[in-house]
Design a protein. Structure first.
Length: 458
């Protein structure tokens, strides 16, 4: 039989055990943080009916989706977590309690061109708050607090949550008589960081036939800068000319005014009138989050407010607000930048137990004692030389190795070696467990991301 050459498809990430442990650690932080804010975990099928996933249809989505048939079924792989959420809420409306707060960390699929840092299969980590008929604006103000908590817990300090409100933009474009073109304008302005002001101006004038003086006025408006309070003060000069603008300004002011109470430092938040988000379903507050020392990475967390999540599946009004973290891409770029902490444990076990006698009962009993105390333990009973077993522990970076020979068993002690320091002790089982747990607690100190370490190299 011919042996096939193993390969992983382009655009699909497959990690070795140590980086997989780092990824799992990031996911654990996200799960714990989201739970702190009262979000419930949710999982939805990777495969859905194409009719459900493509209810809105058109554009890039239809080009990028993985679609196939199985028998008479027309099926597609989910391309985000928002559309499946819309289906889920509409389907289970009568069984859910509103506001419905869910988080989901799952894989999504997009058949776009694979390139560095861009994947066809990748994890997204989403939170959404869904209301029934209405959703209190305070939820929009809480989202930056959750973003701040997530990234500061991961270990980042120099990041900035950028917030705007599309009602402000739509209201301003209405003042200019450009309501019909507001979508085109926002999608163009959203590319400002990538293509620059001159190209944005050229697209507005040449592609969308916007008069030069109005294009210039748009660029002047979105370039209003300063502290969040200064920007709000500048925007107040436009009050009274558009009800939609005034409503958006009130909502944005409410978000800014609650930041301190939600625990978000001023240096991690700014009002940015260039933020529009290209997706059409955003109707109010919009968010983007940038790493200040790595602008080339782009937004690492984005989202916003939408008026009706499930319009294609139900006639009920289900407004919501949410954010999404492209976890696979974030993990990839953090690794490329050397920002993942290599010193945090990545081993599959905390302790490797090496039985040195034919009777394995003492080793099994000690492994059970460790596990009962929350310590991950692995028995190594393979017929290999002692040196090979120690090499196994070293290669996997297992922090402690325990030896149980006749001398230790007779004396009622356990020989335990700290693989990092080389220190070896012979203590009774309970004392050994205590020592190992204390050592593990020390080794777990530190954050997943070493932002300061990277900055010190530059």
């Amino acid at each position: 039989m011919a042996v096939l050459k193993p390969r992983t498809l382009s655009g699909f990430m497959e990690l070795l055990p140590a980086p997989q442990q780092q990824m799992e650690r990031m996911m654990d932080i996200l799960r714990r943080t989201y739970a702190l804010y009262g979000f419930t975990p949710l999982d939805t099928p990777i495969i859905e009916s194409s009719e459900v996933l493509l209810a809105k249809g058109g554009g890039e989505t239809e080009k990028q989706i993985y679609r196939f048939t199985k028998g008479d079924a027309d099926l597609s792989l989910r391309f985000d977590l928002t559309v499946p959420l819309a289906k889920y809420v509409a389907l289970h409306y009568n069984e859910l309690s509103f506001p419905f707060r869910r988080f989901q960390i799952g894989k999504v699929y997009r058949g776009e061109r694979a390139q560095r840092g861009r994947f066809r299969e990748f994890y997204q980590a989403d939170i959404d708050v869904i209301g029934d008929g209405k959703l209190a604006p305070i939820n929009d103000a809480e989202i930056p607090a959750i973003i701040y908590k997530v990234f500061s817990t991961l270990g980042l300090k120099r990041f900035q949550i950028r917030v705007n409100n599309r009602k402000i933009l739509n209201g301003f474009y209405a003042m200019l008589g450009l309501t019909e073109q507001s979508g085109d304008i926002m999608r163009t302005v959203d590319k400002l960081d990538k293509i620059g002001a001159e190209k944005v101006r050229a697209i507005l004038v040449e592609d969308f036939a916007i008069p030069v003086e109005k294009a210039d006025e748009i660029l002047r408006f979105i370039s209003i800068s300063g502290t969040s309070e200064e920007i709000l003060q500048a925007l107040a000069d436009y009050r009274g000319r558009s009800d939609l603008f005034d409503e958006g300004l009130d909502e944005l002011g409410m978000v800014v005014n609650h930041l301190a109470a939600f625990g978000v430092p001023a240096e991690n938040f700014v009002v940015d009138l260039t933020i529009a988000r290209g997706l059409d379903y955003y109707t109010g507050t919009v968010y983007e989050t940038a790493l200040l020392d790595h602008p080339e990475i782009g937004s690492v967390c984005s989202g916003g407010r939408y008026d009706n999540l499930a319009a294609y599946y139900t006639d009920k009004q289900l407004p919501g607000v949410g954010i999404s973290i492209g976890l696979t891409r974030l993990f990839y770029v953090l690794g490329e930048q050397g920002m993942l902490n290599p010193d945090l444990p990545t081993a599959p076990a905390d302790v490797l137990i090496l039985p040195m006698t034919d009777d394995l009962s003492p080793a099994v009993s000690f492994a059970t004692l460790l596990r009962e105390n929350g310590v991950r333990a692995q028995l190594h009973c393979e017929e290999k030389k002692f040196k090979a077993k120690m090499s196994y522990a070293d290669k996997l970076r297992i922090p402690y190795v325990v030896f149980l020979g006749e001398d230790e068993i007779d004396a009622g002690v356990v020989a335990c070696k700290d693989m990092a320091t080389g220190e070896q002790t012979r203590l009774d089982p309970a004392a050994t467990v205590y020592r190992i747990k204390a050592g593990l607690a020390e080794k777990e100190k530190g954050s997943v991301i070493l932002e300061d370490a990277v900055k010190s190299k530059e």
